[in-house]
Design a protein around this ligand. Structure first.
Ligand code: FAD
Length: 651
C-alpha cells in the first residue's frame, strides 16, 4: 500500500470556518467579505470550468457582477451538462410547511444522513441559502410543481420525515439547467461572459502557489492553448463514472479534478461514493451505462423481494404473504424512505443472499400496485409519468402493471477536491463548486441535496468568495501566457496527447474502463473490506500498466477524435481509482456509503468517532518517489456543536 504518512503527522489543515456558533457563521463571513469596485471588476478575469448547474450559475452571477468571465465546457452548449439528468427534486428548508420542517431539522437530517462526516457550519449555510435558491430559480423561470392554490408543491425524499423537496415533475435538473443556461447566455449576450464550448480543460497552471490559468484543448481542431486568469473555478461535476456502469452521463469524468490534483490540489474523501438504490439493473455486459429511477418513486413504490431464495415465479404470482418488504421490516420508522446508503446496502445484501429477481438475479422489486389501488393511475401518471415512460422504454415492461426492477448503481461522489469554507482549494485562487467539491454531504448525500449544493455554490457562495480573493490581489495584471509556466504546461498537454496516440496497442480505451469498473464494483462497491481492497489495488495497478502498453487510439490530434478524448479520461480514472482504494483502506471504520464489513454492529455501519471524525485529505507526491511514498494523508478534524453525534438509526 502506498501511503506516506498516517493521519496526525502531516501539517494541520486550515478549513477557515468562522469560529463560534455554526448557525451564524455564514452571516458573519458574508459581512466580512471584501468587495471589488464595480469600476474595476472588468479588469479581473475568472475562468469558470463547467457550465452545469454550479458552473453555469457561478459564471452567470460573476458576469452579472461585471467580471471578465471565461466559461469553458466540453459540451457543445451549456444546456447539455449532466445536471439535466436530475429527476427527483431540490430540497429547501422553507420552515412554513405543516410538518414542522425547519432549518434546524434540515441541518440535523443532513449531518446525520452524512453520518457525521460533513462540516456542520457548511450544512447550516446550505440550509440557510436553500430558502433563497428556490425563489431565485423560480424567478428565473423554473416551472416548479404547484398546489391547487398556486403555492409551490413539495414531496419527501430518503432520510427525512418531512416534505421539503421542490420539483418539476421528474425533470427538475433539466428545468433548473434551462433556467441557469438562460441566465448564462444573457451574460454572453451582454459580453461579460465568453463561452468556450467543445473545449476541455487538460491542465491547471499553478505558479507562485496560485492558480494562474488553465490549459485547454479545442475538441474540434485539436488546438492546445492557455487561458490566463486571476482566479479559476472548477465546477466540473462528479466522478461516479469511474465505475463505468453509473447513473451519470457517459461523458462525465474526473479529468479536471485529477489534473488539478496532480498540480497540487488536495482531494478529500475520494472513496466516499454513493450507490443509488433505484438504478436499473445491468441487463447486458455490452450496455454502456445504467439509468436512474428517481428516489421520489419511493414515496409510492414499495420495495420487496420474494421470501423464498431463488424464487423465479412471475412477481404477480407471488402472494403478499410470500413477499419480504425488507426495508419496511427492518426500518419501520422510515420504511422505503431510508437514506440511500441504507437502502442500497439492504438491497445488495438481499441480492447477494440469493433473493435477487430478474433474469440475472441482480435486482429487487419496486412495486406500485398498492398505490394503483389506493390512489389510482391518474395520480401516479401525474406524479411520475415521465419516469414510468422512461422505465418502459428502457426495459419494455409496463410499471403500472408489473413491478419495476431496480438495483444499486454507482451514482454520486461525496468525495472531491478539498476546499475551505470559502470554497477555495489549498491552491490560492483555485475555487471549486458543485459535485466536483466535497463539502456538505459527508459520507452519504441525502436525495435532492445535490442540486441544492450546486445551486448554492454557484449562485450564492462563489459570487462572494471569489471577489473576496480578487480584492486581495491588489491590481495584479493578468498573468502572461508566454510565461514559462504556461509554456511548460502547454507542452505537457501536447506531449501527453502524442503519447496516447503513439502507444499503438490494439485494445480500445473503453475496454480498460469496463475492466476498471468491474474491479471497483467487486472490491470497492457497496461493501468493502481489507482483502477486497488490497486485491483491487493490485488489479488497478496492473491495469494501469496494461493501459499504457496496449491501448489503441487511432486517428490524429488535429480533428475531432473521440477515442483520444476517451483514452485521456480513462488514463485519469485509472490513477484516481488507485487513490480511491488507498483512501478506503486507510479509513478503518464504516460510515455512510463507506461500509467496511470488518466494522459493523448488528448489520449496520460502525463509526469510530474517536479516530475518524475527520475528513481524509490527500496529496499525491512525485511519481519518482518509491511506491510506498506515493500518497500523503492529512486529517481535517470535524467539530459538531449543534448536532450531537449519535448512532445513526432509521429503525
Ligand atoms: C441520473 C441522476 C439523477 C439525479 N437526480 C438528482 C435529484 O433529483 N436531485 C439532486 O439534488 N441531485 C440529483 N442528482 C445529482 C445532481 O444532478 C448532480 O450532483 C449535479 O447536477 C451536479 O452539478 P454540477 O454543476 O456540479 O456538475 P455537472 O452538471 O456534471 O456539470 C459539469 C460541467 O463541467 C463540464 N466539464 C467537466 N469536465 C470538464 C473539463 N475537463 N473541461 C471542460 N468542461 C468540463 C461539463 O461539460 C459540464 O458543463 C442526480 C444525478 C444523476 C446522475
Amino acid at each position: 500500500m502506498r501511503i506516506r504518512q498516517k493521519h496526525g503527522k502531516a501539517p494541520a489543515i486550515n478549513s477557515n470556518i468562522p469560529p463560534g456558533d455554526p448557525a451564524t457563521a455564514w452571516d458573519r463571513r458574508r459581512a466580512e467579505y471584501r468587495l471589488v469596485s464595480p469600476l474595476k471588476r472588468h479588469d479581473y478575469r475568472i475562468v469558470v470550468v463547467g457550465t452545469g448547474l454550479a458552473g453555469g450559475a457561478a459564471a452567470a452571477a460573476l458576469g452579472e457582477l461585471g467580471y471578465d468571465v471565461q466559461a469553458i465546457t466540453y459540451h457543445d452548449a451549456p444546456r447539455r451538462a449532466h445536471s439535466v439528468a436530475a429527476q427527483g427534486g431540490i430540497n429547501a428548508a422553507r420552515e412554513g410547511a405543516l410538518d414542522a420542517d425547519s432549518l434546524t431539522r434540515f441541518v440535523k437530517d443532513t449531518v446525520k444522513g452524512g453520518d457525521f462526516r460533513a462540516r456542520e457550519a457548511e450544512v447550516f449555510r446550505l440550509g440557510q441559502e436553500s430558502m433563497r435558491v428556490i425563489d431565485h430559480l423560480n424567478a428565473l423561470g423554473t416551472p416548479f410543481a404547484r398546489e391547487y392554490g398556486g403555492t409551490l408543491a413539495t414531496r419527501s425524499f430518503g432520510g427525512v420525515q418531512v416534505s421539503r423537496t421542490f420539483y418539476s415533475r421528474g425533470q427538475t435538473g433539466q428545468q433548473l439547467q434551462i433556467a441557469t443556461a438562460g441566465a448564462l447566455l444573457r451574460q454572453v449576450n451582454r459580453g461579460t461572459v465568453t463561452l468556450h464550448p467543445r473545449t476541455e480543460l487538460l491542465d491547471l497552471v499553478v505558479e507562485d502557489g496560485r492558480a494562474q490559468g488553465v490549459i485547454v484543448r479545442n475538441l474540434v481542431d485539436g488546438t492546445v492553448s492557455a487561458i490566463p486568469a486571476h482566479a479559476v473555478v472548477l465546477a466540473t461535476g462528479g466522478y461516479g463514472s469511474v465505475f463505468y456502469y453509473s447513473t451519470l452521463a457517459i461523458s462525465s469524468n474526473a479529468t479536471a479534478a485529477w489534473r488539478a490534483h496532480r498540480r497540487g490540489a488536495w482531494l478529500a474523501n475520494p472513496s466516499f461514493v454513493q450507490f443509488h438504490p433505484t438504478a436499473l439493473p445491468v441487463s447486458s455486459p455490452w450496455q454502456s451505462k445504467t439509468t436512474l429511477m428517481s428516489e421520489s418513486l419511493r414515496n409510492d413504490g414499495r420495495i420487496w423481494v420474494p421470501k423464498k431464495a431463488n424464487d423465479s415465479r412471475d412477481p404477480l404470482q407471488i402472494p403478499e404473504s410470500e413477499r419480504d418488504y425488507y426495508l419496511e421490516r427492518k426500518y419501520p420508522a422510515f420504511g422505503n424512505l431510508t437514506p440511500r446508503d441504507i437502502a442500497s446496502r439492504a438491497g445488495s445484501e438481499r441480492i447477494r443472499s440469493g433473493y435477487g429477481v430478474g433474469p440475472m438475479k441482480n435486482s429487487v422489486y419496486l412495486d406500485f400496485s398498492a398505490a394503483m389501488k389506493t390512489k389510482g393511475k391518474p395520480y401516479l401518471a401525474e406524479q411520475y409519468g415521465n419516469l414510468f415512460q422512461m422505465y418502459q422504454s428502457a426495459t419494455g415492461e409496463d410499471p403500472y402493471a408489473v413491478p419495476m426492477r431496480i438495483a444499486p448503481g454507482a451514482h454520486f461522489t461525496m468525495g472531491g477536491l478539498w476546499t475551505d469554507y470559502d470554497l477555495m482549494s489549498n491552491i490560492e485562487g483555485l475555487f471549486v463548486g458543485g459535485e466536483a467539491g466535497f463539502t456538505y454531504h459527508g459520507a452519504n448525500r441525502l436525495g435532492a441535496n445535490s442540486l441544492l449544493s450546486a445551486a448554492v455554490d454557484g449562485w450564492f457562495v462563489l459570487p462572494l468568495s471569489v471577489p473576496n480573493y480578487l480584492a486581495g490581489l491588489s491590481d495584479q495584471s493578468l498573468p502572461d501566457r508566454h510565461h514559462h509556466a504556461f509554456v511548460a504546461a502547454t507542452r505537457n498537454v501536447e506531449d501527453r496527447v502524442r503519447k496516447l496516440l503513439s502507444v499503438g496497442g490494439n485494445a480500445p480505451p473503453e475496454q480498460f474502463h469496463r475492466e476498471l469498473g468491474d474491479i471497483l464494483y467487486a472490491g470497492v462497491g457497496v461493501e468493502r473490506n481489507e482483502a477486497s481492497l488490497r486485491e483491487s489495488l493490485d488489479s488497478v495497478i496492473r491495469l494501469q500498466g496494461r493501459f499504457w502498453r496496449e491501448v489503441s487510439v487511432p486517428g490524429g490530434r488535429h480533428h475531432v477524435n473521440q477515442t483520444l478524448e476517451r483514452a485521456s479520461r480513462v488514463a485519469d480514472f485509472l490513477e484516481l481509482a488507485e487513490l480511491m482504494i488507498v483512501d478506503a483502506l486507510h479509513r478503518e471504520e464504516s460510515c455512510g456509503a463507506h461500509f467496511r464489513s470488518e466494522y459493523q454492529s448488528d448489520g449496520e455501519a460502525l463509526r469510530d468517532d474517536e479516530h475518524w471524525s475527520s475528513v481524509s485529505v490527500w496529496e499525491s507526491m512525485s511519481d519518482s518517489l518509491p511506491e510506498r511514498a506515493r500518497f500523503l494523508a492529512r486529517q481535517e478534524p470535524l467539530e459538531f456543536s449543534v448536532v450531537e453525534p449519535e448512532i445513526r438509526s432509521y429503525r
